[in-house]
Design a protein around this ligand. Structure first.
Ligand code: 10E
Ligand code: SF4
Length: 321
């Protein structure tokens, strides 16, 4: 069996920062510490933060007034921010800066009465948060998930219109949706810089190349991770049997019957140690397994910690030198 590792894979800069935020707040602030929504969509990450004391909640009504609370990397709506203020919560915001960038585009449209079309998956927390940036009382934001939605869409003013997207969509599918939107609404404005983020694009590009070389692909990631699902679908669309697994225990050896090569990648929220465990598992099961690292672009993106966390760490140092 030949095992080929995709590059880049696993944690993106937004996920590293969000996990770091939770760990630092857990060390800095008196407990209990609440996290609204899974900070990132990964079972192992969430379990490990729970072990360290984080309390995960769905909504802020589960959080007592004046408590410390962290917003997940997927971002929140303005309504959630207002609720946090009403409850006098001390908020550490782990929203990825690239999600915040999309929020700003939508806020700008809302403030100037420009209608907005958001391309994304209904019910996903990032989409809920982004839709919730639009607060105009006379113009509107519309959600489209597919080409049929574009066909059915009726905006009020096709000449005062922009579109934005979720950050973790399939690049290929979104291209088609944007093309259909542009055909229907030629004057619709596009984001200055692509909303599908660098990490999503890089991981999809790596899988597109890897799919040419392997018979089967394992994607390490949790079932509710949108970007991980897109990697699995991409491989399937290129004719490769692909499986989304939380960890090595999800592997079924039947998948490997009559297969000579296996690719491995990981979604943006999946930690590398889980990939290493999968490799060990395969090496133990397939005699003479060969491991190859498939070269890809190097990522050097990092994001600074939220301002409040930097300030609190500074105060902590001054008080306890
Ligand atoms: O379900 P998603 O892919 O959006 O989230 P994830 O937590 O699996 O990966 C990180 C991506 C984020 C926070 C959305 N931009
Ligand atoms: Fe940020 Fe992209 Fe990672 Fe989402 S997938 S957290 S937008 S870097």
């Amino acid at each position: 069996m030949k095992i080929i590792l995709a590059n880049p894979r696993g944690f993106c800069a937004g996920v590293s920062r969000a996990v770091d935020v939770v760990e630092r707040v857990l060390a800095l602030e008196p407990h209990p510490i609440y996290v609204r929504h899974e900070v990132v969509h990964n079972r192992a990450v969430v379990e490990s933060l729970k072990q360290k004391g984080a309390i995960f909640v769905k909504e802020l009504d589960e959080v007592p007034d004046h408590a410390v609370c962290i917003f997940s990397a997927h971002g929140v709506s303005q309504r959630v921010k207002e609720e946090a203020q009403c409850k006098s919560l001390k908020i550490y915001d782990a929203t990825c800066p690239l999600v915040t960038k999309v929020h700003r585009e939508v806020q700008k449209a809302s403030n100037t009465g420009v209608e907005c079309i958001l391309i994304g998956h209904k019910g996903h927390p990032e989409v809920e948060g982004t839709l919730g940036q639009y607060q105009s009382s006379y113009a509107q934001i519309y959600l489209v998930e597919n080409l049929q939605n574009v066909k059915d869409l009726q905006v009020k003013n096709p000449n005062k219109l922009v579109y934005a997207t979720q950050t973790t969509l399939s690049v290929d599918e979104t291209k088609d949706i944007i093309q259909a939107l542009k055909e229907k609404y030629p004057n619709a404005g596009s984001p200055k810089k692509e909303d599908i983020c660098y990490a999503t694009q890089n991981r999809q590009n790596a899988v597109r190349e890897l799919a040419k070389k392997v018979d089967i692909l394992l994607v390490v990631g949790s079932k509710n991770s949108s970007n991980s699902n897109r990697l699995r679908e991409l491989a399937e669309n290129h004719g490769v049997n692909a499986y989304l697994i939380d960890n090595k225990d999800d592997i079924d050896l039947m998948w490997f019957e009559n297969k000579a090569s296996c690719g491995i990648t990981a979604g943006a929220s999946a930690p590398e140690y889980l990939v290493q465990e999968v490799i060990e598992f395969l090496k133990n099961h397939f005699e003479h397994a060969q491991l190859e690292d498939f070269e890809g672009v190097k990522e050097e993106v990092t994001f600074p910690l939220p301002k409040l966390l930097k300030q609190m760490q500074f105060v902590d140092k001054v008080i306890q030198p």
